[in-house]
Write a protein that binds this ligand. Structure first.
Ligand code: 5AD
Ligand code: SF4
Length: 476
């Protein structure tokens, strides 16, 4: 067994969708790869890189793990329950492995990086453990397993951006896609395990990002989401010995470069950090119609003392000031957030300040979490996780109620308005309806007609709304 140890410990993360993806089946005689992803959008994007690397090495993807030669699970460590879900899923793969002993089971992503060789000791059915910066090594690691050994590579890198790899779009709708613009994160939020699982922040070169977006557009895609743990700190510098020597590109400039591909290509991005989002970025969003008026701006807490304990490096006032800037520069911008309930030592009054922040901003959407202590984080080492579980639960429930109220209020403001929608496909709930999003990321459902195709922009008159969806009909 070869174990490559961690080179440089640091961190990162992204948005948490907690969803599951299974790729679209393809045909042929090649060996079959089944890959399932958990956690943030970045993990889903990484699985597309993995599928590309293995595609070049004779694997094709399958949507059925029972016919796979290789099963990968791309994991998330952000909260304890995310890890629990992965372990439950692994035990299901264990049943399959007992039936088919040749099946190779690999654990990728953040849990692989966090647990390293411990994973191989704890979960006997796992053959491979591969961290997020080691995917180029997968073909070699697979051969090692085929030779009867266990394989592990959890080396983190200061350079790897997979810039030259064209992701294989998995389970997509052919209309919207993610593009990774950077990896890692140099912030050290005290609650966050990601600093230890994804390495130092590094930005991908802008030419390869623009080329990937252009290629997607040429293939009929109409929306790209630029992904990074903290997109506002995107910074690329041409190497001194290259033609690009002296050239620097920041996030606002990158946004503009991608926006210029075509007015018909929508640009989204995630995640913004309140300490780093600049007016230059806001003015760039305002300047281009195709850069969506939607910002995901995690607040985490509305209280300055708690924010300091979280090491977020901004205060309540600073955050409010950034929201004011968004409202004045991009008046119709939607704002969403992440909130943690019951962080170490949080008092009732401090929790109330989170609720009042929610009133102040009127979030279009909030992702809400109960604090979950993660081993090795700054908070686990320096603070006491002293808020009782039932108090965390009650605070979370109060935050959730407020989040539902504010997002319903925001949705209701659209009733009676005509919105420009990018059609994504048929609605999940009804085959006779189509769904799509507007610029502000609201989901709109409307009756399908023969002429409409996914990828089209349409005007939809909103007639009513449910708690999460707008309902309407097409107008000219
Ligand atoms: N406990 C609860 N929520 C967490 N998040 C990150 N770490 C933790 C944790 N230990 C949340 C943050 C972050 C989002 C992706 O997940 O709100 O923005
Ligand atoms: Fe984690 Fe903070 Fe970095 Fe986000 S910005 S990945 S929460 S350390």
């Amino acid at each position: 067994m070869i174990e490559l140890e961690l080179a440089d410990k640091t961190h990162d993360e992204a948005r948490q969708g907690e969803a599951l993806i299974i790729d679209a089946p393809q045909r042929g005689n090649a060996r079959k790869l089944y890959i399932e992803s958990y956690g943030c959008q970045m993990n889903f994007a990484d699985s597309e890189i993995v599928a590309s690397i293995l595609g070049d090495n004779g694997f094709e993807t399958t949507g059925d793990y029972k016919e796979a030669d290789l099963v990968f699970i791309n994991t998330c460590s952000i909260r304890e329950n995310a890890e629990q879900r992965v372990r439950n899923r692994l035990s299901q793969f264990g049943v399959e492995k007992r039936r088919n002993p040749k099946l190779i089971v690999g654990v990728l992503g953040c849990m692989a990086e966090r647990l390293k060789s411990k994973f191989l000791d704890e979960e006997k059915l796992v053959d491979m453990v591969v961290g997020p910066d080691a995917y180029r090594d997968l073909p070699q690691l697979i051969s090692q397993v085929e030779d009867g050994q266990k394989a592990i590579n959890v080396l983190l890198s200061r350079e790897e951006t997979y810039a030259d790899i064209s992701p294989v779009r998995l389970n997509g709708n052919g209309i919207t896609a993610f593009i990774s613009i950077m990896r890692g994160c140099d912030n050290m939020c005290s609650f966050c395990v990601v600093p230890f699982t994804r390495g130092r922040e590094r930005s991908r070169d802008p030419q390869s990002i623009v080329a990937e977006a252009q290629d997607l557009f040429d293939r009929g895609y109409k929306e790209v989401t630029l992904l990074g743990q903290n997109v506002d700190s995107y910074k690329w510098k041409g190497a001194d010995d290259s033609e690009a020597a002296g050239i620097q590109v920041n996030f606002a400039q990158l946004l503009e470069m991608v926006a210029l591909i075509s007015p018909d290509l929508r640009i989204r991005f995630s995640t913004s950090h309140p300490k780093d989002i600049t007016d230059e970025v806001l003015y760039t969003i305002a300047k281009y119609d195709n850069i969506c008026n939607y910002i995901h701006l995690p607040v985490q807490s509305g209280n300055s003392r708690v924010l300091e304990l979280m090491n977020r490096t901004y205060t309540r006032e600073w955050y409010m000031n950034r929201v004011d800037a968004i409202r004045s520069i991009i008046p119709d911008c939607a704002i969403s957030t992440d909130i943690i309930a019951g962080f170490c030592t949080e008092t009732e009054a401090e929790h109330e300040e989170t609720l009042s922040m929610m009133d102040y901003v009127g979030y279009d959407f909030a992702f809400t979490f109960s604090y979950s202590e993660r081993p090795g984080t700054l908070a686990a080492r320096k603070l006491v996780d002293d808020i009782p579980e039932e108090v965390k639960k009650r605070r979370l429930a109060e935050i959730l109620v407020k989040a539902q109220q504010t997002s319903l209020y925001r949705l209701q403001q659209n009733v009676g308005k005509t919105l420009r929608i990018l059609v994504e496909g048929t609605s999940k709930k009804s085959k006779t309806d189509y769904c799509g999003r507007n610029d502000q990321n609201a989901m709109v459902v409307f009756p399908a007609t023969e002429e409409i195709k996914p990828g089209q922009y349409l005007n939809v008159l909103v007639e009513r709304c449910t708690s999460a969806t707008l309902l309407g009909r097409i107008v000219d």
